[in-house]
Ligand binder design. Structure first.
Ligand code: BG6
Length: 481
């Protein structure tokens, strides 16, 4: 089997793909005959390339999983090709190396503008004979039209069942566990609808700012960078109906129904359902940090790009009618936190009220990062002789790392690379899903443009602008953190 990584000198390859492949090799999950072809424009020797990869991989692999011996056998899988992706010259050499009998995976870790030219050159030079799979990284378009154009172009060369669109959130262990938790446990499955659930919160907060990515990020913003893909996928997995099997089609069909059932956020309701913000200078873990417009590589004094989004989404279907899904994501927030919180409805009648106990709702907190786990917040009796029926909230805690047979939680890219190697598409995004998601986001972006809401400033190191708090508080609820 051949794995060809286009953009092998880029950040994604160094930070994610090469360390993930190292770990997979370490636990003997890579096919013995897998050759890794690293492709980039730079004219360097394979030794210089590997020295550099080694330094970078070492940074992301902890001591207990590193060994020189293992590195040597991993490095022996690599071939480095200097290649200009915009012309077909180098692709002729590739075609001579690939045999139609051997499956080949093409991982495009390149800017999307190169997806089309790379596929065309692969096709024109005869590289696409036999079992050929294409892995695409986001962004796949910046709106519905451009997304369709990318899908059409790659679709000329690859069938949909050979296209693996990566959303790395789907490779996270806890995200997959969400499916198991929902569809493998009757007591959860039967308490998962508008009859029982009051509301759902999905928070994806990051302390980092733009990290030198200003030229990519500005004009893209948090809605396109995070909501259109990662938060939308989480929302779908929380809300979808049980698929009839764990096949890629089964899961994708159910997810796409949710995106279609999302009530549009348009000019008529955007003010009540969406908040956009941008961070100003502030403090994070005791250190002063600049505002978005003061970041080192920021060329302008005025950018309307949002670094924070809060939304109130409604799903118009039988299961979720009337249950708000509050989504929130932002840069330069106080901590790294990704969690899904299901808040259950209060009981119809509180029989402990006379003892002075408040009716505290149950909550299920699914933590994706850090400290992956699931926590059930339950009401329990306070141990006390004085206060006979005092109630307290206790936490049933399922800590994945603590209880795992593994000594580490694998990175999302390990799962995704392994699945692509094994030809399993169930954790990759289908064409319909991604296009429907853009359709919904485009309407919201258009509404923002027409209604031109003021960009809410928030201090770096805070949980976002006041309006983001009000979005949920005006419904008599509050963010979990
Ligand atoms: C990427 C976004 O897709 O996801 C980044 O482009 C973001 O802006 C990153 O920082 C977050 O991923 P994770 O896995 O660290 O939550």
């Amino acid at each position: 089997m051949d794995l060809l990584i286009f953009g092998a000198r880029g950040d994604l390859s160094a930070r994610k793909l090469f360390p993930a492949l190292y770990h997979l090799d370490n636990v003997e999950l890579l096919p013995a005959d897998l050759r890794i072809h690293a492709l980039a424009r730079e004219d360097i020797s394979v030794e210089a390339f590997l020295n550099d990869v080694k330094v970078r991989v070492r940074k992301y692999v902890d001591d207990s999983h590193w060994s020189e011996e293992q590195w040597t056998s991993y490095a022996a899988r690599f071939v480095y090709h200097r290649i200009d992706f915009s012309t077909s010259d180098g692709f002729v050499t590739l075609s001579e190396l690939l045999s139609p009998e051997n499956p080949a995976l093409f991982y495009l870790a390149t800017p999307p503008s190169l997806f089309g030219p790379i596929c065309e050159h692969l096709g024109a030079t005869g590289c696409l004979k036999g079992d050929r799979r294409l892995l695409l990284e986001k962004p796949i378009g910046h709106d519905l039209e451009s997304c369709r154009a990318v899908n059409d172009t790659v679709g000329e060369f690859f069938e949909e069942d050979s296209i693996y669109r990566v959303d790395h959130y789907l490779g996270k262990e806890t995200v997959q566990n969400l499916l198991v938790m929902r569809f493998g446990n009757r007591f959860i499955n039967t308490q998962w609808d508008q009859g029982c659930v009051d509301h759902v919160q999905i928070t994806v907060a990051e302390p980092i700012g733009i990290e030198g990515r200003w030229s990519y990020y500005d004009g893209v913003g948090q809605l396109r960078d995070m909501v259109q893909n990662h938060l939308m996928q989480l929302l779908c997995l929380v809300a979808m109906e049980p698929p009839n099997s764990m096949t890629a089609e089964g899961i994708r069909d159910e997810k796409v129904k949710i995106v279609r059932a999302l009530r549009p956020i348009n000019e008529s309701n955007v003010r009540d359902h969406a908040v956009r913000g941008q961070y100003a200078a502030g403090w994070l873990r005791g250190e002063a940090v600049p505002g978005y417009l003061e970041e080192e590589d920021c060329p302008t004094e005025d950018s309307q790009t949002e670094t924070y989004v809060a939304l109130k989404a409604l799903i118009d279907n039988w299961r979720w009618a009337g249950v708000p899904f509050y989504l929130r994501t932002g840069k330069r927030m106080p901590e790294k936190l990704t969690e899904i919180v299901i808040t259950y409805k209060a009981l119809p009648h509180n029989i402990f009220a006379e003892a002075g106990s408040e009716d505290v709702p149950n909550r299920l907190v699914i933590r994706l990062q850090p400290n992956e786990g699931i926590e059930m917040q339950m009401v329990s009796k306070q141990h006390s002789l004085r206060n006979k029926m005092g109630l307290v909230t206790k936490h049933l805690n399922l800590d994945f790392l603590g209880s795992a047979e593994l000594d580490r939680i694998p990175d999302a890219y390990e799962r995704l690379l392994l699945d692509a190697i094994n030809g399993d598409q169930s954790l990759f995004v289908g064409r319909e899903e991604i296009e429907e998601s853009w359709r919904w986001c485009d309407e919201l972006i258009d509404a923002w443009q027409v209604r031109a809401p003021t960009l809410q400033r928030y201090q770096a190191g805070s949980w976002g602008p006041t309006k983001g708090e009000l979005l949920i508080e005006k419904d008599g609820r509050s963010w979990h953190v």
